[in-house]
Design a protein around this ligand. Structure first.
Ligand code: FPP
Length: 244
C-alpha cells in the first residue's frame, strides 16, 4: 500500500511505547548487581528521549515500574524509586529547555511523598511544552487503569471509545484522553505486553528487539521506527477502504 493512502489515518506524530526490559540480565552478564543495570537503563532513557523527537515521535510512553514490580526485593524497589526521583529532579530543567512535557501515569497513593511531589513539580513546570510528551509509567497496571475507568462509566449509557479513553486518561492522572499507541517496542527478546497500555495498544504495531535496554540507543530506535514505517496499517479495513 502506498504511504499516501495511509496518511489520513495517521496522526501527525508517532506515539511510541517502550517496555524497557533486560536491565537485570545486562548487569548479571557483567558480574554486576541488578541495580547497576537499572542505573545504566536510566542512561538509555536519556538517550532515547533525546533521539525521539528527531525521529518523528511526539509521544513517548516508558514502562518504568509496574504494579507487580513491588514484589521485587526491597533494595531493588528502593533503587528504582531513587532513580525515578533523581531523573525527575535532574531532567525537569532539560525537559523545559527542550520542549518536553513530562507526565507520570499510574497509581500515586503507594508512592513516597517525596516522589509524588517530584512528579507534581515536573508536571507543572513542563505543562506547556509541546515538542514531545514523555509519559513515564510508575506503579502502573493497564488492567487496574481499565477497572478504574470502568467504575466511572454511567450506569445509564455505554460510553463511546473516545469517552472511555477520557475516563482512562483521568484514571491515569492525565488531562486528556489516554492516547492510542502507534508503535510498541519491547527490548531483550521477550515478546509479551505485561499489562502495559492494553486498551491503547489495540492497533499498535509491535516491534521486539533482542537488544537489552541498557544498550538501547538512537540506532535501535531508528531501526524500530523504520520497521514501523514499512508496516501496512489498515486498522481492520481493506486497502480500497483505507484509500477512500
Ligand atoms: C525491566 O528489566 C526494567 C525495569 C523493571 C525497570 C525499568 C527502569 C529503568 C530503565 C530505569 C529508571 C527509569 C527512568 C524513567 C529514569 P528487568 O530488571 O526485568 O530485567 P531482566 O528481565 O533482565 O531481569
Amino acid at each position: 500500500m502506498e504511504q499516501s493512502s495511509l496518511q489520513k489515518y495517521e496522526k501527525p506524530g508517532i506515539h511510541t511505547a517502550i517496555i524497557m526490559d533486560g536491565n537485570g540480565r545486562w548487569a548479571t552478564r557483567r558480574g554486576l548487581p541488578r541495580t547497576a543495570g537499572h542505573r545504566a537503563g536510566a542512561d538509555a532513557v536519556r538517550r532515547t528521549v533525546e533521539a525521539a523527537p528527531e525521529l518523528g515521535i511526539t509521544t513517548l510512553s516508558l514502562f518504568a515500574f509496574s504494579a507487580d514490580n513491588w514484589q521485587r526485593p526491597p533494595h531493588e524497589v528502593s533503587e528504582l524509586m531513587k532513580l525515578l526521583r533523581t531523573y525527575l529532579s535532574r531532567e525537569t530543567r532539560n525537559c523545559v529547555t527542550n520542549g518536553i512535557r513530562l507526565s507520570v501515569i499510574g497509581r500515586r497513593d503507594r508512592l513516597a511523598r517525596s516522589l509524588r511531589m517530584g512528579i507534581e513539580t515536573a508536571e507543572a513546570l513542563t505543562a506547556r511544552c509541546d515538542r514531545l510528551h514523555l509519559r513515564i509509567a510508575v506503579d502502573y497496571s493497564a488492567r487496574e487503569a481499565i477497572l478504574a475507568a470502568a467504575a466511572g462509566v454511567s450506569p445509564h449509557s455505554a460510553p463511546t471509545r473516545e469517552e472511555f479513553a477520557r475516563l482512562l486518561g483521568a484514571a491515569n492522572h492525565e488531562r486528556e484522553p489516554s492516547p492510542e499507541v502507534d508503535l510498541l517496542i519491547r527490548t531483550s527478546g521477550e515478546q509479551r505486553l505485561s499489562d502495559f497500555l492494553l486498551w491503547e495498544c489495540a492497533y499498535a504495531e509491535l516491534v521486539f528487539t533482542k537488544t537489552l535496554w541498557p544498550d538501547f540507543g538512537r540506532s535501535d530506535l531508528e531501526a524500530a521506527i523504520s520497521e514501523f514505517r514499512s508496516r501496512d496499517r489498515r486498522f481492520g479495513r481493506i486497502e480500497e477502504a483505507v484509500a477512500g
